[in-house]
Design a protein around this ligand. Structure first.
Ligand code: DGY
Length: 314
């Protein structure tokens, strides 16, 4: 019987072509709702997902599943243990998006420093004078502290190399380079003008940045989070932003997504909020689709995937 690949969200044509060329039926679904996925994916041999939760309950509704492919790098929303127990590979696309996420991180660092969003909004609000009371800050001469010096953190450092900044990083697995000094975690918070979060969401990193860290930070420092919302204690970040413990925050990820418009973050002036767009570019979406579908083909053809995050016993 022809094997079936279920795509709850549509993907670029280049990815679908890889699947159809390999002889699979491609089912493009109608979104991420749990019950909808359970129904639409009930005959799937493979599924390609975004950041939506994918747990044992959903896996059990797809009894023929051999591979769960994550269109992206973070797989914190997938119950990998449950997948492993069921003999299902979990694969991701770690190489496809580093450039895009790093570009967005640097963009948001610059934008929050220069008050870009609020200044632009002031024009639409017919308030040209807003800029007088809300000057931006220069980045040159400052210290940027990167938490997590993996693929994305390293790309951020590379892209910042022309900005005349000192770059330091914290990562228990990384070594200093010619341009980036690896320091201890507290040094990042105490000495950085910009703290950039590029950590994976793991039990050790969840809610690992809260009041204690914001108190260590300088009052004129900024937090930039492009990783996962759950790494920050959001209520404590809101307090720090309101108390002036830190100058501002640029956030692309949130504990709850979509971020409700009623969330207190939305009412603050010293934040830049974007809807999880760091890897949402035409080029990166195509790269992720290619990497993910190629691993789906490998698994469904009985080969080893290139980017499995779990190991299955033979
Ligand atoms: C990732 O790859 O995990 C990004 O957050 C986009 O999904």
């Amino acid at each position: 019987m022809t094997q079936q690949v279920y795509l709850p969200d549509d993907i670029p044509a280049v990815g679908k072509k890889i699947l159809t060329d390999a002889g699979f039926d491609v089912i493009v679904g109608s979104g991420r709702d749990r019950d909808v996925m359970k129904k639409e994916g009930s005959n799937a041999n493979a599924v390609l997902i975004g950041t939506q939760p994918f747990d044992a309950d959903i896996m059990d509704a797809m009894p023929n599943l051999k591979v769960i492919a994550r269109n992206g790098v973070g797989y914190d929303a997938v119950d990998v243990e449950a997948a492993t127990e069921r003999g299902i590979y979990v694969v991701n696309t770690p190489k496809a998006l580093s450039d895009s996420v790093a570009e967005t991180a640097v963009l948001e660092l610059l934008a929050i420093s220069k008050n870009l969003y609020q200044d632009s909004k002031a024009i639409y609000d017919d308030n040209w004078k807003y800029r007088k009371t809300h000057p931006g800050r220069d980045v040159a001469g400052k210290t940027v502290g990167i938490l997590g010096f993996g693929r994305i953190g390293q790309q951020v450092a590379k892209k910042l190399s022309g900005f005349d900044v000192k770059v330091i990083a914290y990562d228990p697995f990384a070594k200093s380079t010619d341009t980036v000094e690896i320091v201890d975690r507290d040094t990042i918070f105490k000495t950085s003008d910009y703290v950039m979060v590029h950590l994976p969401a793991l039990p050790e990193t969840e809610h690992s940045i809260g009041t204690a860290e914001f108190k260590m930070m300088k009052n004129d420092a900024y937090l930039i989070n492009m990783a996962r919302g759950i790494i920050i204690v959001t209520s404590e970040l809101v307090d720090a932003l309101k108390n002036g413990d830190i100058a501002g925050a640029a956030l692309d990820v949130f504990e709850e997504e979509p971020l409700p418009v009623t969330d207190e973050l939305v009412s603050l002036e010293n934040v830049l909020l974007t809807p999880h767009i760091a890897s949402n570019t035409i080029e990166t979406k195509a790269r992720m689709a290619v990497d993910a579908t190629q691993d789906i083909v490998r698994v469904l053809h009985g080969d080893q995937p290139k980017s499995a995050v779990n190991r299955l016993d033979d």
